[in-house]
Design a binder for this molecule. Structure first.
Ligand code: NAD
Length: 464
């Protein structure tokens, strides 16, 4: 598409694209299971064909190595396609539900149907995964899709546009590249579903635009994810797991632990183990585990959150190379700058607590997080964590790995988002389930018809 910025010509092109996709959807072409499977298999084959170019593109964008890209983007994406291909027929079946006595005899069931024309807007930090995984859900559910990847990783956006736009009918799938003006033009159109991944701030803009047309929305947003280390935690294993989760992708991960709440009795041990694990990981470009910060704007923002007086470890950076060394801040309070926003970078603030109530109180003072983590061996504390702390998804004695289980839905709550996806939840996310009561005509009950009387009322009461 012509990427003219905020031009009436671009808006007209977008309008025509949506119109064409709607006509294609209305033709029923995307509904048959055979069509959906064929397109999913085609997408998988293309991704495998372009695998090397995709690795190269993301490396050029922000120094993400082939190894990390394979582990955190490519493999989960291919896995999502495989799951959809394997289960699609089952997902598309009518789902029987019980019929109540009042409607007896009848069958009741839910019929999944595609929503129509969908718009998927991706974020930059896992550019393939966060653009193409929702796309897989949209395709499996039988929709047409317009995909707008994040503009920040320029090369990954380009390669996704190339793979899709050169190989799929634009009336079915099309990538529109661009930044705010292009997304604004896209959002003026009417869709049947908008799936957005990004910040809560932009999520509100998207939600407002969707409200104009009463469009169904899924918002995959972010927040400040707590990790608690209680005094009874298995510290060595726990800190090792947490350090990987915090610093993978240089902390640019929406479900990374944002800040650590550590019991005072184990804090010193926590800090020592954390330093040991960071040094063992030896984050460096040579080791393929030191991703760059996406751009200088974000680099400056993250560096601005480091209070030199609170640095326990790290605190150093290289602006030219856009790399920030893993940093631990100690004795942090809720008033510190680092606690005022989602960090989205390799800084771990540590806050000490004395009682678990105190830790829970801190979490509840901040907006509902996308993820929360607890390290503890106490069943009572685990139970309280599960029942008292709101979060999108989480883990006990681990961090981040819940996202790799496609049977666990992925999504936020409150300020961290609405809706969920992954695995069968992606199919559900892009479908509407029609509720149907299916009555035979050979038998007729007279309860509902006029000529009301006491006997009829008694029967209805008994059946309700
Ligand atoms: P962002 O909100 O700045 O951008 C996301 C998308 O919105 C991009 O495609 C961008 O082009 C578009 N956009 C930006 N400003 C816009 C505007 N004013 N109007 C219309 N469109 C606009 O987010 P980001 O910087 O790409 O990603 C970081 C944020 O995303 C963090 O908050 C992070 O937690 C969150 N995130 C959430 C998930 C999740 O799955 N829940 C995953 C990754 C990132």
């Amino acid at each position: 598409m012509n990427q003219a910025i905020e031009s009436p010509a671009f808006e007209a092109e977008v309008q025509q694209l949506v119109k064409n996709q709607r006509a294609y959807f209305m033709s029923n072409a995307t509904r048959p299971v055979e069509f959906r499977l064929k397109q999913l298999k085609k997408l998988k084959a293309l991704l495998l064909q372009y695998e090397e170019e995709m690795h190269e593109a993301i490396f050029n964008d922000f120094g993400k190595s082939k190894y990390e890209n394979q582990l955190t983007e490519f493999f989960p994406l291919i896995d999502e396609i495989n799951i959809a291909i394997k289960n699609l027929k089952k997902w598309m079946q009518h789902k029987s539900v019980k019929t109540n006595l009042l409607n007896f005899p009848a069958k009741s069931y839910l019929v999944p149907e595609p929503l129509g024309v969908t718009l998927v807007i991706g974020a930059w930090n896992f550019p393939y995964n966060l653009s193409l995984t929702p796309l897989v859900g949209s395709m499996a559910a039988g929709n047409t899709t317009i995909l707008k990847p994040s503009e920040l990783p320029v090369e990954t956006s380009k390669i996704m546009a190339k793979i899709i736009n050169e190989n799929f009918d634009p009336n079915y799938l099309h990538v529109v590249e661009g930044a705010i003006p292009e997304t604004t033009a896209l959002l003026k159109q009417r869709y049947d579903k908008i799936f957005f991944t990004g910040s809560p701030m932009v999520g509100k803009i998207v939600n407002r635009a969707a409200a104009e047309h009463l469009t169904n929305v899924t918002l995959e947003l972010g927040g400040k994810n707590p990790v608690i280390f209680n005094k009874d935690a298995a510290m060595k294993t726990g800190v090792k797991r947490m350090i990987w989760s915090k610093f993978v992708n240089s902390g640019q991960l929406c479900i990374a632990p944002d800040y650590a709440l550590v019991h005072k009795d184990v804090k010193q041990k926590f800090l020592e183990l954390a330093v040991k694990e960071i040094e063992k990981a030896n984050f460096s470009a040579e080791n393929n585990n030191f991703v760059q910060i996406i751009n200088h704007r974000n680099f400056d923002r993250v560096v601005g959150l480091i209070d030199p007086e609170k640095v326990y470890y790290g605190g150093t950076y290289d602006r030219k190379d856009r790399r920030i060394n893993p940093t631990i801040l100690d004795n942090v309070t809720l008033d510190d700058a680092v606690m005022q926003e989602e960090i989205f970078g390799p800084i771990l603030p540590v806050i000490e607590f004395e009682t678990i109530d105190e830790a829970f109180e801190i979490i509840k003072r901040i907006e509902k997080p996308l993820a929360a983590y607890l390290f503890s061996d106490s069943s009572a504390v685990k139970e309280r964590f599960l029942h008292e702390i709101p979060f999108g998804s989480g883990a006990i004695n681990d961090c981040v790995m819940q996202v790799t289980n496609p049977n666990i839905p992925f999504g936020g709550v409150g300020n961290s988002g609405m809706g969920r996806y992954h695995g069968k939840y992606s199919f559900e996310c892009f479908s509407h389930f029609k509720g149907v009561l299916d009555k035979p005509t050979v038998i007729e009950t007279n309860l509902k018809y006029y000529g009301y009387n006491e006997k009829q009322l008694k029967i209805i009461k008994a059946l309700s």
